[in-house]
Design a protein around this ligand. Structure first.
Ligand SMILES: NC(=O)c1ccc[n+]([C@@H]2O[C@H](COP(=O)([O-])OP(=O)(O)OC[C@H]3O[C@@H](n4cnc5c(N)ncnc54)[C@H](OP(=O)(O)O)[C@@H]3O)[C@@H](O)[C@H]2O)c1
Length: 507
């Protein structure tokens, strides 16, 4: 299928905000310059703040100058800017949607968008329901029923994160989307799924013959998934207070990574087959038994410390954060996937702020050989083989294995075989939002989250959230900014009887 989508208008709700300026418009500009956008194309920014079309264009131009990976070029910008429109109005006001309808009809006639629309929910989540309902009432949702098929156009909706804050709210949002759109029109975005390195996990697993045979409980001792940030809350303290590490990172990004690493080969690489296999993984994760949460779901909060050589305040001293905040800035889970491939193999997941480094990584740690044949390197000193996917930064894959140290003595040392995207291909990777916007315009939902998987992830994590809400953490802050997290998380891995793990990796 060609990557250039058919004609359409992209309608962004919350277009006066940070996401539009920092991510969406820079991604669209890069697509425009690379000629990936269709001939009949328009962007309609919708938000409450009054702005003219030209003011909106100026506003987003600054975003391109600051954040786009391609420098602004005047001729390109002029053409691109002509596709941008702005509509101000209240998200819950039917009049906004009447005007939107008229504008979309006008764009179909003038810009050749074909009446097709990709709606993008880029407001804070509290405004999502109002927009969905009003789109439905205004007849803009165009569900794929008989009536709308006759109208010969399509409508899709992209939903930004967070998708709910627990199982009940995610279900309510799904129900509302279902009543207005069909599931095949809904694109739940998780920008991790647009990253080249994440998309490469499936290529690595299923386009190579040598890895899949060892990709199972017979050879893999455990799997570690890390999403570490070195930054704190960066002025978004009040947002983070409502979220915390489990909701912000684990329920979405880490669960998606887990599914990609653990899934079975799909019947084909279409959205239905891939999403079905991923959902099966989450369904197979063993729920936490009562009493297990304190052992296998651990939380932390950073105190003051040093990151990259500079002193930084503790979480409770950040703007917008309560001085006695219970919000976790660190979450670590040990999950077991109860299926034939993974039975008994622990998956350790962790995500945190104010770690020593910004790094996202998936590491498969293989079992040790059964016998120590090299007396000068006793088995307990040998290192296991590790296959690590570096998702960011310095994107690549490394394989650690043992090798003979040169010399007359027989000493064994660990070495790494490295693949780096930057040096191997010499091509700049597209931003995740470029890939995902294009996918949604083309109607390819493979790299978007399904309702089933989102709800099952929440179902798994709800008991943890409830247990954490019910019991005040007695030891917060329990890790220093710039450290790898609380001691309890180290102990969880070191003392896990089901694996040979001795410690978390220091990626
Ligand atoms: N920023 C990012 O990099 C990023 C990354 C990943 C996901 N997201 C998600 O993307 C969405 C938008 O993020 P953002 O950072 O762009 O947010 P934002 O700047 O706070 O909000 C976007 C726009 O929504 C409107 N808005 C703000 N508060 C509102 C409220 N209470 N009710 C209705 N409208 C309101 C504002 O426009 P008007 O006042 O003009 O209407 C604002 O410009 C959120 O769901 C966020 O979680 C953002």
């Amino acid at each position: 299928m060609p990557r250039t989508p058919g004609p359409c208008a992209l309608v962004v709700f919350g277009a006066s905000g940070d996401l539009t300026r920092r991510k969406l418009i820079p991604a669209l500009y890069a697509l425009w310059v690379q000629r990936y956008l269709p001939g009949g194309f328009a962007v309609v920014g919708v938000a409450r703040r009054p702005m003219s079309d030209d003011e909106f264009r100026e506003h987003v131009r600054k975003g391109i100058e600051e954040f786009a990976r391609l420098p602004i070029e005047e001729a390109e910008w002029r053409e691109f800017a002509a596709t941008l429109r702005y509509l101000h109005g209240d998200y819950g006001d039917p009049a906004t949607y009447q005007r939107l309808r008229e504008l979309l009809a006008q764009l179909a006639a003038e810009q050749g968008t074909g009446g097709n629309a990709l709606f993008y929910l880029g407001t804070p989540p509290s405004a999502f329901p109002a927009v969905i309902e009003q789109l439905g009432r205004a007849g803009l949702a165009c569900p794929l029923d008989e009536e709308s098929k006759q109208c010969g156009r399509w409508a899709r909706i992209v939903v930004e994160k967070p998708f709910g804050r627990d199982l009940a709210s995610a279900r309510a949002l799904d129900r509302l989307l279902e009543e207005t759109f069909g599931e095949e029109q809904v694109y739940r975005i998780d920008h991790y799924l647009g990253k080249e390195t994440v998309q490469n996990i499936l290529v690595f697993r299923f386009a190579n013959g040598i890895f899949e045979p060892v990709w199972n409980r017979r050879y893999v001792d455990h799997v570690e998934l890390t999403v570490a940030e070195s930054i704190g809350v960066e002025g978004r303290g009040s947002y983070y207070e409502e979220s915390g590490a489990l909701r912000d990172m684990v329920q979405n990004h880490l669960m998606q990574l887990l599914a990609l690493v653990a899934m079975e080969p799909p019947a084909s690489f279409d959205a239905r087959s891939v999403r079905h296999e991923k959902a099966k993984v989450v369904r197979a994760v063993r729920p936490f038994a009562p009493g297990e949460i304190g052992r296998f779901a651990l939380r932390g909060q950073y105190g003051p410390g040093a990151v990259a050589g500079g002193r930084v305040p503790g979480y409770r001293e950040e703007d917008g954060v309560a001085p006695d905040s219970r919000t976790e800035t660190f979450a670590a889970l040990r999950l077991l996937v109860d299926n034939w491939r993974w039975s008994g193999v622990p998956f350790y997941l962790r995500s945190a702020k104010r770690m020593p480094r910004r790094v996202s990584e998936i590491a498969l740690r293989f079992r040790m050989p059964p016998l120590a044949l090299f007396p000068r390197t006793p088995l307990d000193q040998a290192e296991p083989n590790v296959l690590a996917f570096r998702i960011q930064p310095a994107e690549g894959i490394s394989l650690r294995f043992e090798a003979k140290l040169p010399g007359q003595e027989l000493h064994v040392r660990s070495v790494n075989m490295e693949f780096r995207y930057g040096t191997s291909f010499g091509l700049a990777a597209p931003e995740a939002y470029e890939t995902l916007l294009l996918d949604a315009m083309r109607g390819d939902a493979t790299n978007f989250a399904s309702a089933e998987m989102v709800e099952d992830s929440w179902a798994l994590l709800d008991p943890v959230l409830n247990a954490w809400a019910a019991e005040a953490p007695g030891d917060f802050p329990n890790y220093e900014a710039g450290s790898w997290g609380p001691a309890a998380a180290d102990a969880m891995v070191a003392n896990d009887p089901v694996s040979e793990a001795r410690a978390w990796r220091r990626p």
